[in-house]
Design a protein around this ligand. Sequence first.
Ligand code: 6K6
Length: 137
Amino acid sequence: MKIYFAGSISGGRGDSELYAQIIEELRSYGQVLTEHLGDPTLTNMGEQRTDPGFILRRDVAWLTAADVVVAEVSTPSLGVGYELARAETMGKRVLCLYREQSGRHLSSMISGNGSFNIRTYGTLEDARAILREFFAA
Ligand code: 6K6
């Protein structure tokens, strides 16, 4: 099972520790192609020396190879939105994990998309239970 995990980079790295914990959990279900997203040393500037065209081609190749996509969508991110749209076109199974936060709401472009499995959670334990359900289905 190849898993493409999507989470914010330039959109903000406030949830990077949570991404690392979700990635750790995802490892018990398969190979996570995008493990770098949980790297606490990765800032919202990304790897500035890396050619953006290279990153786009590599990430789309990983997305193409993935069996499922799991996106943490609590921090709004253009890149995650783009990946979700590409995943939809590719017909991938997609799980979006969204943490309720006061004063914020998930973009209607994501919440209104019936082809995504969108689940709201509070704690990491909740997220683990959602992942168990998603991978058992
Ligand atoms: C390389 C290593 C660390 O940072 C970099 C450079 N940037 C990116 N590297 C890998 N994936 C990226 C990079 N920038 C965006 N992405 C992809 O878009 C990731 O797969 C994320 O799911 C998503 C984040 O988009 P933004 O708009 O928040 O950056």
